[in-house]
Design a protein around this ligand. Sequence first.
Ligand code: ZN
Length: 63
Amino acid sequence: MEIDAVRGPLSAAEKKRRMDNRLCLYCAASGHFANQCPARPKNTKPHNSAGSSGSPENSTPQD
Ligand SMILES: [Zn+2]
């Protein structure tokens, strides 16, 4: 598996190269940008809001 270089911080040169080529800054693919990257996890909602609007799934004990 060679995934070590994929998620690392981009160098300035690599970042510029991707922007020049209109490549995704996240996965370096063309056709989309990092904010629409399909390889990016979409669940960006914080999970630590304890009962703000009353979700029934929030009161499930895990032990
Ligand atoms: Zn991408």
